[in-house]
Design a protein around this ligand. Sequence first.
Ligand SMILES: [Zn+2]
Length: 72
Amino acid sequence: MKKQLREMVVQRFPYRCPYCDQPLSYESYSLKVGENEIVCPFCKKKFIKVIFKEISLKKIKRIAPKRKNNPQ
Ligand SMILES: [Zn+2]
């Protein structure tokens, strides 16, 4: 089950725009649980990013310090 958590974290950041397929960094957005309106900086189109309760920021912070390849 811990492996699944890591995969969810990895998938969360290198997300791509559904319209132009450019990689987006959601770190610049303040995402909340529920629907988040995202405007793609490349094609300027809006889409909805849904954040589920299972993906909580607390879980991500616990895993992040162990990842030495994290660019932050
Ligand atoms: Zn786009």
